[in-house]
Design a protein around this ligand. Structure first.
Ligand code: AMP
Ligand code: ZN
Length: 479
């Protein structure tokens, strides 16, 4: 049984499949106009842990995650780069897939693209216009009339006055200053009439040339692949308003049925206590983390180590801590394997989505992850279990007991998606700055300037690297 907080009802509810066959999930996917940042991956990773946990629990999850390959940002950037929208978004989609693979994120069952579902989006708008939930402005844009949907604001519990302010602060009043035809500031665009800045990106619709508004794609694609009502909808907390509120309005206005039974929102990743942004220079990608000498698995560990309803603060120190925590788990598992005469590579056979009956010392870890996906407490409980286990190994553990513990750990590693012993297989990339400092230190040492050499060694160490000298040369290793 899995319990999870639902943003809509504001309660922790048991997850159950509505058709008794599979648990249908839709998660808002990336906007592909550049590399995804580690904040995006916090959200995608926690969704991945939820999916894996549901798999182990026997809920048979079926997952859809879209690719947003047309919006203001993708159009603007592809034009700046002088590449067609399709080639531009393809390039960033491929990088996203590569990053997901390295981070051990399971592929969704379906990954639909917005540009491949224009017809479905036009159909939704047609129905909304016919039923007076939407109106056509004089320039051919179509807007959703928020006042026509009495439940508007139910996810975020906004009243009318708050709605006005929220809409303005989230860019509603300023970003769309050219949309003077809107009847109310809260109304949102379903179809954007073609503008010169769109270049050759447009489709033909009953309202003229243009393109769909961003919110519409998720309603159209979730309904296409999961039906009018499905089990769970996920996204980062920033998507609650207006994106998810708008998705609910346009979907429920058309179907007359509840859109999603459960809303799963993940709190944001912060960097050094603040918001991540390009202009502050603190927006990291997986590539940046690897350049600092950390593996994708260490990043995965860090990003899932906090409870999903709490913001997580990313620092370089927390990466070091994640690395040593992962190493500790690996050490205990290695010792356990040694005890039954097995090699590291043989742990893989214990890592699967089968939940063992006997969870050994790790029962509480499983309880934590099943109760509101508390990954933080789950990891804490894993370490408590390992403490008992290490003592048991030291005293001499029987083969049958060792196997029980390996199975329990294997299913937990599957749920968390932690690929143990992966780091040793990848070649750690040493940053240019460290290579230069190491070379300077070596030269200082050769010319017998030992105090400079020592200072440089300390500096290298403070950046997370160590130097191992041989008589002729030196090697650099991550701490
Ligand atoms: P985007 O590519 O901007 O559409 O975002 C993809 C996903 O990442 C969405 O679910 C966002 O809510 C989520 N997201 C964006 N920034 C952060 C962040 N700093 N921390 C966690 N999730 C985020
Ligand atoms: Zn969406």
């Amino acid at each position: 049984m899995i319990h999870l907080y639902d943003t809509l009802s504001r309660t922790i509810k048991e997850l159950t499949s509505s058709d008794g066959k599979s648990f249908k999930c839709y998660c808002c996917g990336p906007t592909v106009y550049g590399p995804a940042h580690i904040g995006n991956f916090r959200t995608f990773l926690l969704q991945d842990v939820l999916r894996r946990t549901m798999e182990i629990d026997g809920l048979n999850p079926y997952s859809v995650r879209n690719i947003t390959d047309v919006d203001d940002k993708t159009i603007r950037q592809s034009r700046e780069d002088g590449i067609s929208l399709i080639n531009f978004t393809q390039k960033w989609t491929e990088l996203f897939h590569k990053d997901c693979e390295e981070l051990n994120i399971l592929q969704p069952n379906v990954e639909p693209k917005a540009t491949e579902h224009i017809e479905e989006q036009i159909n939704l708008i047609t129905q909304l216009v016919e039923n007076n939930y939407a109106y056509v402005a004089s320039d051919g844009s179509v807007y959703f009339k928020v006042s026509s949907f009495s439940d508007y604001g139910k996810l975020t519990k906004l009243d009318k006055r708050e709605l006005q302010t929220q809409t303005e602060t989230s860019g509603g009043a300023t970003n769309f200053s050219d949309e003077y035809d809107r009847e109310s500031v809260a109304d949102f665009v379903l179809w954007k009439s073609r503008k010169p800045d769109d270049g050759d990106v447009f489709w033909v619709s009953p309202w003229g040339e243009g393109r769909p508004g961003w919110h519409l794609e998720c309603s159209a694609m979730s309904m296409r692949y999961l039906g009018e009502t499905f089990d769970l909808h996920g996204g980062g907390i920033d998507l609650c308003f207006p994106h998810h509120e708008n998705e609910i309005a346009q979907s429920e206005a058309v179907s007359g049925k509840p859109f999603a039974h459960h809303w799963f929102h993940t709190a944001h990743l912060m960097v050094d206590g603040g918001k991540m942004s390009k202009s502050l220079g603190n927006l990291y990608t997986l590539e940046d983390i690897k350049d600092k000498g950390f593996s994708a698995m260490v990043l995965r560990y860090l990003l899932i180590s906090g409870h999903y309803r709490q913001p997580l603060n990313f620092t370089l120190d927390s990466l070091h801590a994640a690395k040593s925590a992962l190493n500790k788990i690996e050490k205990s598992v290695r010792d356990l394997l040694k005890n039954i005469g097995s090699k590291e590579s043989e742990f893989q056979k214990f890592v699967n989505s089968e939940r063992p009956k006997d969870l050994g010392f790790f029962e509480k870890a499983w309880e934590s992850i099943s109760h509101d996906l508390n990954t933080a407490s789950c990891l804490g409980q894993i370490f408590s279990g390992l403490k008992i286990l290490d003592a048991k190994i030291f005293a001499g553990i029987s083969e049958s007991d060792a196997i029980i513990q390996l199975k329990a750990l294997g299913s937990l590693m599957y749920a968390l998606g932690l690929n143990l012993f992966a780091e040793e297989k990848i070649k750690i990339r040493i940053p240019e700055e460290i290579k230069q400092l190491a070379e300077k230190r070596w030269q200082a040492k050769k010319s017998r300037d030992f105090s400079t050499a020592d200072t440089l060694r300390d500096e290298i160490q403070s950046k997370g690297w160590k130097i191992l000298d041989t008589s002729e040369s030196y090697t650099i290793e991550a701490l």
